[in-house]
Design a protein around this ligand. Structure first.
Ligand SMILES: [Mn+2]
Length: 350
């Protein structure tokens, strides 16, 4: 019996057989959460090939798939048994070495990438994926309010990052969705300043960018606070980023070009005089990976559709001074969007 997701992929692929090996796509198409295995999909059948470490788990997690022990049938022999003329595969995942071997084993076969089709399919989430993401976002919100009392002069960035991760994991997350960013003082000008031993000082901006995986789905949020009283310059930067973030949110709706969302935030930052201080794109999709389609950047070609998850995260970064980023994770609906991040965005002076 074909799963819905496999059916959709088979109808968009123009190959005789589809060969999938990345952990995220194994999981997406079959439900199997092991990190090594292969899916071989054809109009005839859907197979999950894996080794003895995972055979029982595979049968349990992927009940709609025929499970094949790779000790008995190697993926390459299985593929060749279809006598395919074309095989679709993940060209951005398969290593050059593995690709060479595949070509040598099946010299008359044409290999074509299927990454684009898969990313498009994964960009639109179903109810179950939304529910997992909603929970992951909630765990991040809860971690922030739990850790808030700790954010004060003398606390180490690393300890704050660890406390955020501890809280999310305690709440049921499998892991942090990336190396948690906690960057204070001049370090907050580093958009991806992973936490260090630096201690928070009076007057520091503190940018915390974090999230977790819940049942495989990532969340992502950022808040920036000030230790002690904010200066006028800090207030102006913060209010500009907040206005940019809220302006971008206000235009989100199905049909909007991804680059229009980016421009909405970028224009606010530029007209406040900080045009050179916002180097990254406005946001990205999330899902089984922390960065998925779509991308909200000035170069994006796509547009928003209901079911997409995107982050909205403008920032201003000033070398030798500091930076601010504010990020929410939102779900695109038929009418507009739903914000999955609920932590307040007014400037906190701690
Ligand atoms: Mn992000």
């Amino acid at each position: 019996m074909f799963t819905k997701r496999v059916k959709a992929l088979l109808s968009s692929a123009k190959a005789d057989v589809i060969y999938i090996t990345s952990p995220e796509n194994l999981r997406y198409f079959s439900g199997f959460t092991g990190v090594e295995g292969a899916l071989i999909l054809s109009p005839k059948e859907q197979l999950l090939l894996t080794d003895s470490r995972y055979l029982l788990q595979a049968a349990e997690e992927a009940p709609d798939f025929a499970i094949v022990d790779v000790a008995k049938t190697k993926p390459i022999d299985c593929l060749s048994s279809y006598h395919p003329k074309t095989i679709a595969f993940e060209e951005s995942y398969v290593s050059a070495e593995a690709y060479k071997k595949l070509c040598e084993a099946l010299p008359d076969c044409a290999w074509q990438g299927i990454d684009k089709e898969i990313l498009l399919q994964r960009a639109v989430k179903d109810e179950e994926e939304l529910a997992c993401t909603r929970k992951a976002a909630k765990l991040a919100d809860e971690a922030f309010s739990e850790v808030l009392p700790m954010i004060k002069e003398g606390a180490a960035e690393k300890d704050i990052a660890l406390a955020l991760e501890w809280s999310m994991r305690k709440g049921g997350a499998e892991a942090a969705s990336f190396s948690i960013i906690c960057a204070s003082g001049v370090r907050s000008a580093l958009p991806h300043g992973v936490a260090t031993d630096k201690k928070l000082e009076k007057g520091d901006f503190v940018t915390m960018d974090f999230g977790c995986f819940y049942k495989g789905y990532a969340s992502d949020m950022t808040r920036t606070v000030v230790v002690g009283k904010a200066s006028d310059r800090q207030k102006k930067i913060y209010e500009t980023v907040l206005l940019a973030q809220e302006t971008a949110l206000s235009v989100l709706r199905p049909g909007l070009l991804c680059k229009e969302a980016d421009a909405a935030a970028r224009d606010v930052i530029a007209s406040a005089g900080y045009g050179d201080c916002f180097g990254h794109s406005l946001g990205h999709g999330t899902g089984l990976l922390i960065h998925e389609q779509p991308t909200l950047s000035p170069r994006s070609e796509g547009f928003l559709t209901p079911g997409m998850l995107v982050t909205v995260e403008p920032g201003i970064y000033i070398e030798n001074f500091g930076g601010v980023r504010i990020e929410d994770l939102v779900y695109i609906t038929e009418q507009g969007y739903e914000n999955l991040t609920h932590t307040d965005k007014r400037l906190l002076e701690l």
